[in-house]
Design a protein around this ligand. Structure first.
Ligand SMILES: NC(=O)C1=CN([C@@H]2O[C@H](COP(=O)(O)OP(=O)(O)OC[C@H]3O[C@@H](n4cnc5c(N)ncnc54)[C@H](OP(=O)(O)O)[C@@H]3O)[C@@H](O)[C@H]2O)C=CC1
Ligand SMILES: O=C(CO)COP(=O)(O)O
Length: 343
């Protein structure tokens, strides 16, 4: 494809790695860092010591502290800030975007105040021509592995298939295989909800519950992810793909996952505030648990794991008691939804 002028907004772990991918693919990349010292470090030393210690970034990568400079004249904008800051950043860049710009985001969460998905937030904040073709990038992709060129697969979904294909062509390379996907709702919901289950997996592992418990969490977690997803108009099959079970497995079983590590710290007796302080990076699963619990109530959907985790995080419930309560639920059929659907 022709080389393009691109910008990545957010110089945390994932934004820095995605900017490196674009630079390695030959595109002109401007990376926006919120802190000026982070932009200076990237430009002077080609490192991002806070978020990617030890990694050497491509020499072609440029960083700036100015959002306006980052987006002006850019054809492709990849937004990689935490879910709760997407609206603020989108609002600030909106007047400076070219009417031809393609905006794709890679955040995994909901906006807590509105319970909206991130493409919905972007559609509200961006000029209408740009808003019509927003896309989402998701799938099992720990930044720490992508920067080392470990083989990785991701998906990009958009209501505008051309936007998905353009994003695919910009990012795809010999170690990062990018698939397109038509189900924006399912891809966004899967990528967000898996973080709740990963927090639970970190807790479960930390409490020494073993592999059976983790397999149960992953499988029953997937069931409740799909249940909420279907109530919100996602396609059920999407949860069997990379942005569903793929990312769920990667996040629940990896030492790289911040959500898994956060759950693990909670199992060691850290309070929620102490854990967040210790992590020093975004742990999307915390606010996603709150959002999903409210969405489940709104849509009348049962999400027992999410509900118990919410009690552990926000009401101080003992995690062992939460597991006992999950195990003591009324006996049921594993395929309860399927049975209801077939009668
Ligand atoms: N890390 C990964 O492997 C992956 C992450 N993601 C998703 O990407 C998104 C970003 O995560 P990630 O890069 O890992 O996060 P990090 O915690 O590594 O970095 C967060 C970045 O966001 C910036 N930031 C924090 N608050 C704000 C704000 N209010 N306004 C603007 N910028 C802000 C931080 O700036 P500062 O340093 O100044 O605080 C930092 O650059 C998340 O939704 C995450 O789930 C998706 C796939 C993989
Ligand atoms: O989404 C991710 C991998 O696909 C990263 O997960 P964590 O935010 O838990 O590190």
């Amino acid at each position: 494809m022709t080389l393009q002028k691109t910008a990545v907004l957010g110089a945390g772990s994932w934004g820095t790695v995605l900017a490196s991918v674009l630079a390695e693919n030959g595109h002109d990349v401007m990376l926006w860092a919120r802190r000026e010292d982070a932009a200076v470090e990237i430009n002077l030393h080609r490192t991002n010591s806070k978020y990617l210690p030890g990694a050497k970034l491509p020499s072609a990568l440029c960083a700036t502290h100015s959002l306006v400079e980052a987006v002006t004249g850019r054809e492709f904008i990849l937004m990689v800030v935490p879910s709760q800051s997407v609206r603020e950043v989108a609002r600030e860049v909106a007047p400076h975007l070219s009417s031809e710009a393609l905006v794709t985001h890679a955040a995994k969460g909901f906006e807590l105040s509105s319970l909206k998905r991130i493409t919905e937030v972007l559609q509200e904040e961006l000029p209408s021509g740009v808003a019509n073709r927003v896309a989402v990038l998701s799938g099992p992709s720990h930044a720490e592995e992508v920067i080392c060129h470990s083989p990785t697969t991701v998906v990009v979904a958009s209501e505008n298939s051309e936007a998905a294909e353009r994003t695919q062509a910009l990012l795809n390379n010999s170690t990062l295989r990018v698939y397109t996907h038509p189900d924006v709702i399912g891809v966004e919901i899967g990528g967000s909800l898996k973080n709740i289950i990963a927090l639970g997996a970190g807790l479960s592992d930390g409490l020494g519950f073993g592999d059976n418990a983790k397999a149960a969490l992953i499988t029953r977690g997937l069931a409740e992810m799909a249940r909420l997803g279907m109530a919100m108009d996602a396609k059920p099959i999407t949860f069997a793909g990379l942005s569903g079970v793929g990312d769920l497995v990667a996040t629940c079983t990896s030492k790289h996952s911040r959500n898994w590590r956060a759950g693990n710290l909670l199992s060691q007796g850290y309070s929620l505030d102490e854990m967040l302080q210790q992590m020093g990076m975004v742990v999307e699963g915390v606010k996603t648990t709150q959002a999903a619990y409210r969405l489940a109530q709104k849509h009348g959907v049962e999400m027992p794991i999410t509900e118990e985790l919410s009690k552990v995080l926000f009401e101080g419930k003992d995690p062992r008691r939460a597991v006992e309560d999950l195990m003591a639920r009324d006996m049921t059929d594993e395929m309860e939804e399927m049975i209801k659907l077939s009668y």
